[in-house]
Design a protein around this ligand. Sequence first.
Ligand code: ADP
Length: 446
Amino acid sequence: MFQKILIANRGEIALRIQRACRELGIPTVAVHSTADADAMHVRLADESVCIGPPSARESYLNAASILSAATITGADAIHPGYGFLSENADFAEMVEAHGLAFIGPSPAHIRMMGDKIEAKSAMAALGVPLVPGSDGAVTDLDAARRIAAAIGYPVLVKAAAGGGGRGMKVANDADEIEEAWRTARTEARAAFGNDAVYLEKYLDRPRHVELQVLADGRGQVVHFGERDCSLQRRHQKLVEEAGSPALSAAERDALGARATSALAKLGYRNAGTLEFLYQDGQFAFIEMNTRLQVEHPVTEMVCGIDLVREQIRLAAGQELGYGQSDIRFSGHAIECRVTAEDPETFMPTPGRVTAFHPPGGLGVRVDSALYAGYRVPPHYDSLVAKLIVHAPTRDQAIARLRRALAEFVVVGIKTTLPLHQRIVEDVGFQRGDYTIHWLERFVAGH
Ligand code: ADP
């Protein structure tokens, strides 16, 4: 097992990883920018190292500084969390070249899945169904027109290197394809330094259903069921559930069997999430994330597993020690992502938190790095807390969520808590019959 783990992240996810390390008896090293000197993840770490100025590019994305911090503190493994360097294959390679363990998949798999065109063709070759689309990159406008006409409008132009919903544009008809193609490429070049784009049929009423897997790299792969992440704004998730209100146990089993056998053939290792669109009883793969996801807690609650602990154990070369039939699903879990944003305009609201009172009680979990007196810096992602509830049934989970949201107090900055309170009261949400377009309409209607 590792002697010391450096956590190359900040905020709630840095705390989340510290917690797993502490339970395993492994000391942790926190890294932080100058803007985060007072952050909770620094306060609670065994050791901390300042790795640069506030700008993420010069601190949390600065591979050289992070590797130096690991070397001087004697860490033997790095957990990247999500975001920042977590899906950067070059970084994973550098970590391994320095003789440290990267707590995640192999650099080759990170690279493969980081290119969505390559990811789709790899999955198709392994028998996983895809959203209909172009075979590979679409390099000129004439080809885009031709392929879009063949797929049938509306189509979605997507960046091969895409993430966070960026570099994605819808063309509803032939008049819109030129603009969609150009803006997706421009956005992709600016955000990812790679303007390769491809086309997909734009599905009109899918749900986003994703499957959590763990793999030992020696051919053993298990899944922990699905999460429904259809409640999105601008292609970004706001509320997630496990399991999906739309899926039967038989559908889950069939999807799980297909996905785990594909990953076993790839020789995949550590944690991963396969993302699908689900419409009319059909699953279609869109991408794979080669890291821990923000929404992993809902899976932990229904499966009673610590996914970060498993990631660490697997990276240290331990065996899974259980098979698919050992994994049981119990009850229902829902997560709300609470961000430092105005709940009406979604403008970021950094600033000082004067009071913080998280909810508690049976079946309530809050993953957050907030505390009273903390100043939310303007430089990073606006996620400040995740509220997760777990109960025997979905209806009971909704009742618990309503109760927990009413207890949750954050004073000093505006947050999206009032938006979550409105969502939980909505009968459409309560019935669970929503698609990926539901939340945009809900927000627009208020
Ligand atoms: P990113 O990596 O930027 O998050 P994804 O490929 O995961 O991009 O897609 C993000 C979201 O965009 C999906 O969850 C879904 O809501 C929407 N989306 C993606 N592809 C399609 C599609 N072909 N049709 C309709 N919606 C889509």
